[in-house]
Design a protein around this ligand. Structure first.
Ligand code: BG6
Length: 487
């Protein structure tokens, strides 16, 4: 279904995010006929390049980041015809008149301003937009993460943006919410009765959330080293996955109903204090090793000669959601760079049956497990006990009821940004974070950062290509449980 005609202004148009994610996402939507031909994508950045040069760069980017079988010369040329460029100094004075003139050519368009820049510039860009009369009812502003580096800086950004845009026009992206399988969690939980009735501390033993990456810091060392895995991944993506797993049923799918329920989960997260930080958290940093058969350097070497960084590239946590539904059910989270696999999954481990009528050696009390695979090989597997076929007596073994989304739906899974960008144009903020969500998540992350700072310890090294430091294994094994390994 085509969206309304729009002029999308992308600040940070020559940056990594635009090149890798935004242009390919817009290309796919265009190719699928969702973007009306009167729409324009206007790149804005400080680089003094011409429109033709920008279109040339966009061509190169698409050739690199869109698989060849989805790229025809005809579609590529038609798409880049919709691109324009204005050199604008986001935080300064230059270029704003030119941008205003360009936008004035089509005053009735929906107008998303996508801020793919450093968050330090968000406030200044928004003030400039206001000063040049560029904000109207059909404008929206899209903020990439990270929104700050702690609660204080997040509030400052939210205040600055909030001075010129009302909350309904602010779209804070957490691209994990745009992933098909993440949305499928809502369908799984709230469109089926079989799971929701069992989704409580009475039946669930614990939950695991893993987001593993094989990449290192790539070209982003400057940003990453001031951030670390807690700020980069946990404060946003992993907590959002936890929210969707743990939240109560929203009244409906309206943005505020969903966000109200997620907010309650964030509020119920038990803050981690200096007294328990050693027992419930592990920080790691990758050392040299091999990932997918290729030798790779350690984090300190990736940063450059002489680096002493203590930034964590891996975190494992044991969290508590303090509510009736989840009392006593630990949520184990882990994420890291240079792990053996790029893999995200949520594992819901049910309790063992209370009593076994089967002989001891038949493993009759093996608990059920639901594995929700978010990427890659998206799908779901429910492990149930079955009888081993044959005349050998009543021997049991776990078997998987398996749904592979790829095989079931046989269609390309759109990238998260495709869905989210179209939601911005439609003005639907359900899959975006509200101000209070971001700030409550930061307040929780701040408590952990403070606990770490009060008990300073170097991150534990782990070999690239392993599942993190051994302490992360001990974190869960101390409780008589193990990380899910059926990978
Ligand atoms: C980003 C982080 O938000 O998410 C990156 O800043 C990380 O460090 C990326 O690599 C992971 O996203 P995905 O979609 O590849 O799982």
């Amino acid at each position: 279904i085509p969206v309304a005609s729009f002029d999308c202004v992308v600040f940070g148009a020559t940056g990594d995010l635009t090149t890798r994610k935004l242009l390919p996402a817009l290309y796919y939507r265009y190719k699928d006929g969702q973007i009306p031909p009167t729409s324009r994508i206007i790149g804005a950045s400080r680089s003094e390049i011409t429109g033709d040069q920008f279109r040339e760069r966009a061509r190169d980017a698409l050739k690199r980041f869109v698989p060849g079988h989805d790229l025809t010369e005809e579609a590529l040329s038609a798409f880049v015809d919709h691109l324009g460029y204005v050199a604008v100094d986001g935080a300064g004075e230059d270029g704003w008149e030119a941008l205003a003139e360009k936008l004035a050519e089509r005053p009735d368009q929906v107008r998303p301003y996508y801020l793919a820049t450093s968050p330090d510039l968000y406030g200044a860009i928004c003030r400039n937009l206001a000063r040049h009369g560029l904000i109207g009812e059909k404008s929206r502003v899209v903020l990439e993460k990270p929104i700050g580096k702690d609660l204080k800086s997040a509030r400052a950004i939210n205040d600055a943006v909030g001075e010129v845009f009302p909350e309904e026009q602010i779209f804070r992206i957490d691209h994990y919410l745009g992933k098909e399988t993440v949305q499928n969690l809502l369908a799984l939980r709230f469109a089926n009765t079989i799971f929701e009735r069992l989704w409580t501390a009475d039946v669930i033993d614990h939950v695991q959330i893993t987001v593993g990456e094989t990449v290192g810091v790539e070209g982003r060392a400057g940003y990453y080293d001031t951030s670390g895995a807690l700020r980069d991944m946990v404060q946003n993506h992993l907590l959002q996955l936890l929210c969707l797993t743990a939240m109560e049923s929203p009244l409906n799918l309206d943005a505020n109903s969903v966000r109200d329920e997620k907010l309650k989960v964030l509020r119920a997260l038990k803050p981690i204090t200096v007294n328990d930080v050693q027992h419930v958290t592990v920080r790691g940093q990758y050392a040299a090793g091999a990932v997918e058969g290729k030798p790779v350097e350690g984090y300190l070497t990736d940063l450059g000669p002489g680096s002493q960084s203590r930034t964590e590239t891996f975190v494992a946590l044991k969290l508590e959601v303090q509510s009736w539904r989840w009392a006593g059910v630990p949520f184990y989270l882990r994420t890291g760079k240079r792990l053996p696999q790029k893999m995200s999954e949520i594992v819901v481990q049910f309790r063992a049956s209370p009593f076994s009528i089967f002989p001891e050696e038949s493993f009759g009390r093996e608990p059920n497990r639901l594995v929700i695979r978010l990427q890659p090989q998206e799908g779901m597997k429910l492990e149930v006990m079955t009888k081993d076929p044959g005349p050998g007596g009543m021997r049991l073994r776990p078997t998987g009821l398996d749904i592979s989304f790829e095989e079931t739906f046989k269609q390309r899974y759109p990238d998260a940004y495709e869905r989210l960008l179209m939601d911005v144009v439609r003005g639907n903020p359900t899959l975006f974070m509200r101000r209070d969500e971001v700030e409550v998540a930061w307040a929780w992350a701040d408590s952990l950062l403070k606990a770490w700072a009060d008990r300073p310890e170097a991150p534990r090294p782990y070999a690239a290509g392993s599942w993190g430091p051994t302490a992360a294994i001990a974190l869960i094994e101390r409780d008589g449980r193990t990380w899910h390994e059926d990978l």
